[in-house]
Design a protein around this ligand. Structure first.
Ligand SMILES: *Cc1c(COP(=O)(O)O)cnc(C)c1O
Length: 402
């Protein structure tokens, strides 16, 4: 190799990721110098042959080992984890079998009987139900607070007793915003933000001092409705500590799903741009429509936390939530959409509508429903990749029939 080639190769390895735009990081993240395949490589193996007994012993206890047994780690899963850590600005990330696998492993991995958790009332319903389940059975006390009100998280913290603070922003389904800077300044408990509704393109909670960012990568990160996957990002210390419970609970990501997560990351930037642009167009139309009682979208000036959203998010996100006058109107609207499909997920190529009161949040009691901001006329929309003009026309047509 000539000296020129040598220095060219060296400079090629010198990518200064701290200075790259997130849109570029989506393309460069999760790669290794040893891998020349541009497409992510699938290692379906559940087990790897050990070169020696000493190496087998080392890998049995090393949180970074990827060639022992896939429940411990796997090269495809590690590539996805590496990509997520880079996108979130985290030291490390770990992938799970689903978003709930990530939430459950985190809570059960760090909390013990007698501990206290602070959680906001506006949250993914599965997380609310999990907290109810845990507090009833395991003697872990949970204080549920209004995460959208300044100071409420801090007020609920019990010194030396509160182990975790769980927040979600934007929050399901009414898209309320939690102040990340305020939350990140709380010392003592581990602060966790479920950032699923934003994606790493729109917000990076760790930059505000939050300890853990969590995603259901089943949604926007996977992005094609074909992967069930969760991921948490944070410090090496916390993630290494979680290694053992994660291996024991077994909610590890499948290599095939991690591969889809990586493929999703590569196109996340352009998908999010389209979805967020369409969401704003739709939200503006809904706001001026006589059949619509209220609209929530963080990029609308009428959103109660519009200024805060502008401060910590780079766009308003791909979800819009609106209320029609009652359940009957909501049912008629949903039955009359042609392009938008009735389905309980978000972040995929198709525009989806859901009725939280009868589906995603059906397990909540009336009081929980109320504090999550859900009424019988609430409809949540996840914008897909169709042309905004067609989605708007579809919604206008369906609204005319309620
Ligand atoms: C879907 C979702 C989850 C749960 O993720 P799964 O991958 O379905 O287990 C958690 N939090 C939020 C905000 C979600 O939207």
């Amino acid at each position: 190799m000539t000296q020129d080639e040598n220095s060219a190769e060296e400079s090629g390895m010198d990518l200064d990721i701290e200075n790259l735009d997130i849109e570029t990081l989506l393309i460069t993240s999760g790669r290794s110098d040893e891998e020349s395949s541009l497409a992510p490589v699938l290692y379906p193996a559940t087990v790897f042959e050990n070169p020696s007994l000493a190496e087998a012993h080392r890998m049995s206890t090393d949180p970074d080992a990827t060639r022992l047994y896939t429940r411990y780690g796997n090269p495809t899963i590690q590539a996805f984890e590496k990509a997520m850590a880079e996108l979130e600005g985290a030291e490390k990330a770990r992938a799970f079998a689903s978003g709930m696998g990530a939430v459950a492993t985190l809570i059960l991995g760090v909390c013990e009987t007698g501990d206290h958790i602070v959680a906001q009332s506006q949250m993914y319903a599965g997380t609310v139900s999990l907290l109810n389940f845990i507090s009833e059975r395991l003697g872990i006390e949970v204080s549920v607070i209004d995460g959208l009100k300044p100071g409420e998280f801090e007020k609920a913290v019990r010194k030396g007793k509160t182990r975790l603070i769980l927040a979600e922003t934007p929050a399901n389904p009414q898209l309320g915003i939690v102040d990340l800077e305020e939350l990140g300044s709380i010392k003592g408990p581990i602060t966790v933000v479920d950032s699923t509704l934003a994606s790493p393109v729109i917000q990076t909670p760790l930059k505000y001092g939050i300890d853990v960012s969590l995603h259901s990568a089943t949604k926007t990160i996977g992005g094609h409705n074909d992967a069930t996957l969760g991921v948490i990002s944070g410090t090496k210390e916390l993630l290494d500590w979680l290694f053992s419970p994660a291996v024991l609970f077994g909610a590890n990501a499948a290599p095939s799903e991690a591969l889809k997560g990586l493929k999703g990351i590569r196109t996340l930037g352009v998908r999010q741009e389209r979805q967020c642009n369409s969401a704003l167009v739709l939200a503006e139309m809904l706001e001026s429509h006589s059949a619509v009682e209220s609209v929530s979208y963080p990029w609308l000036k009428s959103h109660p936390q519009h200024k805060l959203a502008k401060k910590q998010m780079s766009s308003g996100g791909s979800l819009v939530c609106f209320d029609v006058k009652n359940k009957e109107a909501a049912v008629k609207f949903i039955e009359n959409t042609q392009l938008a499909r009735l389905a309980s997920s978000l972040g995929g190529p198709e525009t989806l509508v859901t009725h939280p009161a009868s589906t995603t949040h059906v397990d909540l009691n009336p009081q929980e429903m109320d504090s999550a901001g859900i009424s019988a006329g609430t409809i949540r929309v996840s914008l897909g990749l169709e042309a905004a003009v067609d989605i708007v026309a579809d919604f206008e047509e369906a609204l005319a029939r309620i």
